[in-house]
Write a protein of this length. Sequence first.
Length: 101
Amino acid sequence: MTSAVGDAVPGRPAPAPERPTLAEAEGFLAAYRAGLARGEVAVDLSGLTAFDSAGVGALVAAARAAAACTPPLAARFANPPAQLRSLADLYGVAELIFGAA
């Protein structure tokens, strides 16, 4: 992994790991939750090179974690690859992760 959610630059979305698959999904989610504590809600998904259902699940969990904050926050996942959107559509969670199309 060459980048992680914890590598945020103020004013820009933090980069997602290149491969949020089962092996990295838990670490991604932990880093995202830590970022929420600092008020960071945006993640840049443009660098994704591979993902699976665990990666989609981690995005769903991240969106739910943001919504559970007080006050509730809205997770922002920028620049998702088309294949990730398709997989999220297939699982019926695209609107939860990416908002209304």
